[in-house]
Ligand binder design. Structure first.
Ligand code: FAD
Ligand code: AMP
Length: 488
């Protein structure tokens, strides 16, 4: 089946599956369903900066991929500016060409979004650019970018409409000086003074990018606690490290107003000492994301929303409407690309009669600061709050040969294991390549490993992974490269 299909031709088909939304959740579902022999169409309304339809949703176009490209670019810039010196590499007059950095980011995005288009055509998924709206009995109203509206019929529908940035009244976006995460990925120069509202994952990542490139960056966070969802020790160490890099993170600072002038924004925030004003050249509003359901459901769709505006689904991503599923950011659970993609695969396989499940206890979380922060499973504080008994093992990268060899010895690995069974309940990493290291913890937990299982495993030397091994040994007080207070 060709990827270009007219609305009228689409209306003549009886589709096995229509997916609405081609982000990582929707495109994974569409590809997997097609692999399983189903006739699949995927409707998506996203267009790129040139107005051309694009696949990949937020993740590929305005999220994970462009942000990681800029994080890598800005990290290389810091390395070249100051990091190389420790190795005797003299680099003078290091400068950043923001336009070239952005062009590189755009090239990466184009490569990956075109890659999804190739996967669609290679797997026989029909790509229908435009808007989709669900009616009753799996009927989908398709409004193409150009051309007539068509009513499509399907056996099953998968809703994967994703999420959108939350906007707040005190700081209305103007697309120039006050922007959301998408705008912050498109600055044409490094702002001299940058404000960020929200010290969540997105605020920290985007704040890091521009702070590394030289912006005086102030992050205003309403909560008194930094990263409450992460391990408390790691959150504390990360806060210190990020502040050390020049990110001025102010906790307990609630933004209550932002007034844009010609080229500046005056922000008012409140903390325990009263009201304060700050002036910025750019302000990024990064206060979270909300499920995106605008125009998605006709009144007769049969799909319900939950009390927070997410599409209501059960553990298997089934909505209240027969044969209609919903996946990704538009449903409960962490707003992460890999979580949505796994839900997409599960739903496609369930439609085909298989019985897979998504293990929501094993969703890895990553914050791509430097050092990176990554974790999976339970935190010590949540176990404590539940009255569960556990043991921990920690190991610092400062005692890891490979980390020191690359002059990257900040951070630690922490493993939390059940006190009785020794089963690994959570793994928390703050350090170099934490995003990669966490995968070994996810695999271990998927296989119900004990800390002893990890301790008995041989790790290559010298590697960062040895810190994971040592932390596992540490659960029973027998880390080798550390003086153990608790001997076993
Ligand atoms: P989306 O990717 O939002 O895709 C939904 C698609 O559906 C969109 O293209 C939308 O236009 C389309 N759509 C919606 N309604 C309709 C309709 N009615 N008709 C037709 N089309 C419709 N996650 C990670 O896991 N790792 C990261 O490093 C990471 N970094 C991020 C950085 C930033 C700056 C941002 C903003 C997000 C980041 N995320 C990251 C989150 C990640 O992007 C989302 O979790 C992921 O994109 C969700 O996938 P999805 O398929 O559910 O929705
Ligand atoms: P996340 O949902 O992880 O992206 O984080 C968003 C962060 O923004 C949360 O930690 C919120 O506490 C914070 N936040 C929301 N509104 C405001 C505000 N008006 N001022 C400062 N921080 C805010």
């Amino acid at each position: 089946m060709s990827e270009a299909i007219s609305p009228s031709a689409a209306a003549e088909e009886r589709w096995d599956v229509i997916v609405i939304g081609a982000g990582p959740a929707g495109y994974a579902a569409a590809i997997r369903a097609a692999q399983l022999g189903m006739r699949v169409a995927c409707i998506d309304k996203s267009v790129d900066a040139q107005g051309k339809p694009t696949l990949g949703g937020t993740c590929l176009n305005w999220g994970c991929i462009p942000s990681k490209t800029l994080l890598d670019a800005s990290h290389k810039f810091v390395e070249a500016s100051t990091g190389f010196q420790a190795f005797g590499i003299e680099a003078s007059d290091v400068s950043i060409n923001v336009a070239k950095m952005m062009a590189q980011k755009d090239a990466v995005v184009a490569k990956l979004t075109n890659g999804v288009a190739s996967l669609f055509s290679g797997n026989g998924v029909a790509w229908l650019p435009g808007h989709g709206r669900l009616h009753g009995h799996c009927a989908v109203e398709y409004t193409p970018a150009a051309g007539d509206v068509a009513m499509l019929a399907a056996e099953h529908v998968i809703l994967a409409a994703g999420s959108a940035p939350i906007e707040i009244d005190p700081a209305p976006l103007n697309g120039d000086t006050i922007v959301d995460s998408q705008g912050a990925l498109e600055f044409d120069a490094t702002p001299q003074r940058l404000g960020v509202i929200g010290a969540g994952v997105i605020g920290l990542e985007l704040g890091s990018v521009w702070a590394r490139l030289g912006a005086e960056t102030i992050v205003l966070e309403a909560l008194d606690e930094f990263l409450p969802i992460a391990d408390q020790r790691i959150a504390r160490d990360a806060l210190r490290a990020l502040r050390g890099q020049g990110l001025d993170i102010r906790l307990g600072a609630r933004v209550i107003g932002a007034a844009a002038a010609q080229d500046t924004v005056t922000v008012t925030y409140q903390d325990k000492d009263g009201e304060h004003e700050l002036e910025f050249d750019k302000l990024i509003v990064a206060v979270g994301r909300r499920p995106y359901t605008e125009g998605l459901l006709a009144p007769d769709s049969g799909v319900n929303l939950d009390e927070r505006g997410f599409l209501y689904v059960n553990d298997l991503c089934a909505t209240d409407a027969p044969r209609v599923f919903a996946i990704g950011d538009v449903v409960r659970g962490p707003m992460l690309a890999h979580k949505g993609a796994e839900e997409g695969v599960m739903v496609a396989e369930r439609i085909a009669g298989h019985k897979p499940l998504v293990n929501y206890d094993c969703v890895p979380n990553v914050i791509y600061t430097h050092p990176e922060i990554a974790w999976v499973g339970r935190t010590e504080q949540s176990l404590k709050a539940d009255g569960d008994t556990y043991r921990t093992g920690t190991f610092p990268f400062a005692a890891n040969g490979r980390a020191l060899a690359s002059n990257d010895g900040a951070g630690l690995v922490k493993i939390v294991a059940d006190a009785e069974t020794d089963r690994v309940l959570g793994v928390h990493v703050f350090g170099p390549q934490a995003s990669e290291l966490i995968a070994q913890a996810v695999i271990a937990m998927e296989f119900d490993a004990s800390a002893e299982d990890l301790a008995l495993t041989m790790f290559a030397h010298p590697t960062l992974s040895e810190a994971m091994h040592e932390a596992a040994l540490g659960v029973s007080g027998r880390a080798l490269h550390m003086v153990n207070r608790r001997r076993a």
